[in-house]
Write a protein that binds this ligand. Structure first.
Ligand code: ZN
Length: 399
């Protein structure tokens, strides 16, 4: 690890790298960072900087915006629902090593008292987390889900829509909750969607068997996002396009894809990428606490999950989150779709940043944005990760 120095005013120069902004590819370029912000990214390797500058010669390595994971439950044995600041910080540090620079710790269905504890833990973790990915807020996946499509959510924790409960949490922790995933067909769901949209919270459809008409009513109410498309929802039917058909055909509605090769067939990822606009796709990991650890038995929201060959399943055979990292998802998505890396990087950076309302600062290598930067080698190994100008992971010095 390189000494951090005083990050507030350090001039850092990443030179001689291939920069994917990601809207533009700069074949050989330089990114200049002052303190926590990007000053510029431009073509050509530059040498003319003050001697005090921290200059990193990247020798052709690829520079991308740090990945943004809006749907991750856990890693390295830690889970968001542990409701402990240290658990969330453990996840944050794991992510930093793997090139993800900001994220939403994500809950599975639980009682509101437990969710309140998670929110307190997230607030604490935000204050103390210095060597990990930045915590952007919380994603509440559930508890207003359709029990028939519960996947790996504990059936005892799933409940009907309770607008007062969600409103109380939003009041207690202003600005913390960024995404709430719910099933739009539940009684009261449309009012809940309207309320959340009014509060600046992204309302997302997931673990749902809503029909096409209900989904369109949900869009009208303010729902803008679909959680792990195809997983935890009814299939596409030619006479009842359902959740999948509604999300795929609605411009501007974003959707998550888990590109681990297990949740979706590679051809399904290719199909989705060919149907959705490039701005509307979001890669997520949906990783659970076994990410970064060996195969074995783990807990997810009170359910026992067995991980074999990196695939997490309930005893019923239902998939129960993943052990994926976003850098691996990007690598897989390039292989599955044949799209160029520059396009695929957009799905893991600027697109989730836009969904979360943070694209003014996150997701792009451009002047004025936060210096959240990931450097990759040609085999998709994460060589360096920078979070708001601080180098939190660096394997360059091991060379
Ligand atoms: Zn889920």
């Amino acid at each position: 690890m390189r000494p951090a120095g005083n990050e507030s005013d350090t001039l850092t120069v990443l030179t001689n790298g291939r920069i994917l902004t990601p809207y533009v590819e700069i074949k050989t370029g330089t990114a200049v960072i002052q303190g926590r912000q990007i000053v510029e990214a431009k073509p050509a390797a530059l040498n003319d900087f003050p001697s005090s500058a921290r200059v990193l010669n990247l020798r052709g390595l690829t520079v991308v915006p740090g990945f943004v994971d809006m749907h991750i439950h856990g890693a390295l044995g830690a889970d968001t629902l542990d409701a402990a600041p240290e658990a969330i910080s453990t996840i944050a540090r794991f992510l930093a090593k793997n090139g993800t620079t900001s994220f939403l710790p994500t809950t599975v269905s639980a009682g509101w008292e437990q969710l309140g504890k998670v929110a307190s833990a997230a607030v604490e973790a935000k204050k103390s987390n210095t060597l990990g990915a930045e915590i952007l807020g919380l994603h509440l996946e559930g508890p207003f889900l359709n029990p028939e499509k519960r996947g790996a959510h504990n059936p005892a924790a799933i409940q009907g829509v309770d607008l007062n409960a969600v409103a109380a949490l939003l009041h207690r922790f202003p600005g913390l909750v960024r995404v709430v995933t719910l099933a739009p067909e539940l009684p009261g769901a449309l009012d809940c969607i309207k309320y959340m949209a009014g509060q600046g919270v992204t309302a997302a459809a997931g673990h749902t068997s809503a029909d096409f008409a209900t989904m369109n009513a949900a869009f009208e109410a303010g729902l803008t996002h679909g959680v792990h498309l195809f997983n935890g929802m009814g299939p596409l039917h030619h006479r009842e396009p359902g959740v999948v058909g509604a999300i795929l055909t609605r411009p501007g509605v974003t959707c998550e894809v888990i590109a681990d090769g297990h949740h979706l067939h590679p051809a399904t990822v290719r199909l989705t990428a060919s149907l959705k606009a490039p701005d509307d796709l979001v890669l997520v990991t949906d990783a659970m606490r076994a990410a970064g650890l060996a195969d074995g038995q783990y807990d997810l929201g009170g359910l026992t999950v067995r991980v074999k060959d990196g695939v997490a399943k309930l005893p019923t055979g239902s998939l129960a989150g993943s052990t994926l990292t976003l850098v691996k998802a990007v690598k897989n998505a390039v292989a599955f779709t044949g799209f160029p890396l520059q396009k695929v990087v957009q799905w893991a950076t600027v697109n989730p940043a836009r969904v979360l309302g943070v694209s003014a600062k996150k997701g792009e290598i451009a002047a004025g944005k936060d210096a959240d930067i990931t450097v990759l080698d040609q085999d998709f190994n994460v060589v360096l990760t920078m979070v708001r100008g601080t180098i939190v992971w660096d394997s360059l010095q091991k060379e």
